[in-house]
Design a protein around this ligand. Structure first.
Ligand code: ADP
Ligand code: MG
Length: 368
């Protein structure tokens, strides 16, 4: 799917000059490690957010999204950005931050079209931010590298939209191409792009469970990690190694188990990178299952429905590994399937899950 220029023309009476896009993402492994200043390994998904742009010679911005907000353009003036607490804040945030950093931009007519499911944990927000920033970068040939663009997109989301997000989503959306994963050190922002082996096809299935108190539980986990780090005399749990786990386990419950998840998960990310690079899918799958058990038992962010999806995936012959992806308390699982088996595996896991759980799972990847 790309943007139909005649749709743009119908809206604005002229053709777009710039057409760009950015992908959604899923985290392969490294969960709840980012705020502990550890490692993450997200990858991009096939669904993308497209932005078409025609520059203007005044300072007006007009924008329409094919997904949200209807057909009437939202219109504002550069320098007059005001949060409206809706989707337009992502676009306004990008122009505000670009101007704030001294980039000279003019007004523009914009059209957004996306196949990234909105609000399903595949980071449609980062895809929109990165695609919008790319459109202005291309329109004005801005001297803005991909890392700088990711940081700018993050600032738009934290400072203008007001969502306290980390840098992972914007970095992977901005830096990774198809079939690449981003191995990112959340402390230093050092990163490496890793090509996924041809022997794996990704499947992502949403459980249909959304925990009402997930943001509260998330804050509780973060606070527990801070307490554990302080009690163990380190700046962040990232600074602990496997040798420190016995010491951590002597802390009052549940701090030890929280720390053990973070320490072992950081190690699993490093091991997963090594497994991918030598094409060892059996080991990669083992690490996925181990990560899931750690999130379930030590970090306690899984729910029975998610555990069921992982077990159903595990019983499929064409599957290397599966685990909860994202913050937890519901959400999605990511499954490593054999190439060409993704659709079949997804269909079988979904129908067994729907039957056994009484809920309706949604297959997010491969694209329906
Ligand atoms: P996620 O990033 O997991 O999809 P978020 O809540 O972070 O969920 O971001 C979703 C929000 O991003 C939407 O509610 C909307 O405001 C905005 N958004 C994402 N994609 C689009 C789009 N194609 N058109 C308009 N707004 C979008
Ligand atoms: Mg988001």
């Amino acid at each position: 799917m790309t943007i139909d220029p005649s749709r743009f023309e119908a809206l604005y009476g002229r053709r777009p000059e710039v057409r760009v896009s950015a992908p959604g993402r899923v985290n392969l492994i490294g969960e709840h490690t980012d705020y502990n200043e550890g490692f993450v390994l997200p990858t991009v998904i096939p669904q993308r957010t497209h932005v078409a742009l025609a520059p203007r010679d005044d300072r007006q911005v007009r924008v329409v999204s094919g997904q949200v907000g209807g057909d009437a353009p939202f219109e504002y003036r550069l320098g007059g950005e005001r949060p409206r607490h809706d989707w337009t804040d992502y676009v306004q945030g990008v122009t505000r931050v670009l101007a704030g950093e001294g980039f000279a931009i003019a007004g523009a007519d914009l059209l957004v079209e996306s196949t990234v499911p909105v609000g399903s944990g595949l980071s449609s927000s980062a895809a929109l931010l990165v695609a919008t920033a790319r459109a202005f970068r291309e329109a004005h040939a801005l001297p803005l590298g991909d890392v700088a663009l990711a940081r700018l997109a993050q600032r738009a989301e934290t400072d203008f939209v007001g969502a306290p997000v980390g840098i992972m989503d914007q970095m992977v959306c901005s830096l990774a191409s198809d079939r690449e994963a981003l191995f990112l050190d959340a402390r230093t922002l050092d990163y490496r792009l890793i090509t996924l082996p041809p022997e794996v096809e990704l499947v992502v299935i949403n459980s249909g469970v959304a925990h009402q108190h997930s943001s509260g539980d998330y804050r509780t986990r973060r606070a527990e990690c801070e307490r554990a780090a302080a009690a163990l005399g380190v700046a962040a749990l990232r600074d602990l190694g496997a040798d420190d786990v016995p010491r951590a386990m002597a802390l009052p419950e549940p701090l030890g188990r929280r720390a053990r998840h973070v320490v072992t998960e950081d190690d699993r990310v490093l091991e997963a990178v090594a497994a991918i690079e030598r094409g060892d899918l059996v080991e990669l799958g083992r690490l996925f299952y181990a990560s899931h058990v750690s999130m379930r038992d030590d970090y306690e962010v899984s729910v029975p429905e998610i555990d069921l999806l992982v077990e159903l995936a595990r019983s499929e012959p064409g599957v290397h590994g599966a685990r909860l992806t994202g913050g937890g308390f519901g959400g999605s699982v990511v499954i490593l399937a054999r190439p060409g088996e993704g659709r079949r595996v997804a269909g079988r896991v979904k129908s067994a899950y729907d039957r056994q759980s009484g809920r309706a799972a949604t297959v997010l990847v491969p694209e329906p």
